[in-house]
Design a protein around this ligand. Sequence first.
Ligand code: HEC
Length: 293
Amino acid sequence: MKYNKITLLLFGFLFIAYTSQAQWKIPEKAKKSKNPHESSDTHISSGKKIYASNCKSCHGDPGKANALLPTATDVGSADYLKMKDGSIYYQITEGMGAMPSFKKSLSDEERWSLVSYIRSLANKEAVEEGGDENMLDKLSLKFEFDKASNSVKASVTDKSGSPYSKAGVPVAFLVKRYFGQMKIGEIETNESGLATLKLVDIKTDEKGNIELSIKINDRDKYGDVKLTQEITIGEHRHFKNILEERALWGSRANIPWWMLFLYVGITGGVWVAIVYVILQIKKVKKLGTQINT
Ligand code: HEC
């Protein structure tokens, strides 16, 4: 019996090894199927959203070869984009191995909008290849906080300080926290080189300050462009230091009341008991000497 289990296990491994080597078998009919929805801007942008919430976790950003699962393809790569619409649709629908099937979790239209989105990347790449000069280390960033609208306005400029008019530069906003920086948003610039982020429910220190960093979130293309500054935003949630409250983990002056009473009670009780025992012993001794005399 024991050996049987081991053989079974071995076969299991072999099976996994075999299936992970498997190739896509896309039926001819599926390859030929056409996108029934017209590839409009709204369709593409909804595909982009669906991609961000369902696919990015494994495939990374399309065109950047930063997939998180090593075997997951960069669906924005020029190589991949030679695929036919029908094949892309089939792959998303059926899945294979580590690639899940989205037949049940995404509607037909959602899957086709993903195809439109992935397809749109090919065009974008073609556009970007023609005419866009190398932007590495050519841009600068600055930002200001506007109290009235409670938003941070980041502007991307070239080195001479004039706004970078080519829209779509991704600007990430980060706030300093105990253990590093927390991203609170990412906005693409408009034609005036501006990316504006409204601040919602940000934890500040007791003076209403935060340390905000902004950076251009496409290192390959623009290089390391970053700016960090402390700004006062006020009136948001004050970030209470957990050591300030009366709690179990508080410093000695801040321990909870019940613990203080318990401590005083127990140590006091022990002292009372000791004194009582000593008194009793004295009493016994006294009684003993009385009997002896
Ligand atoms: C759990 C991780 C994971 C998720 C989530 C995921 N994929 Fe995949 N995907 C993979 C892996 C791994 C492969 C490679 C499968 C293989 O070839 O063995 C793959 C392959 C593909 C392929 C075929 C690429 C090729 O090389 O032929 C497409 C297209 C694809 N995925 C699109 C998507 C889309 C669109 C989504 C979101 C709806 C998505 N994937 C979500 C892991 C994932």
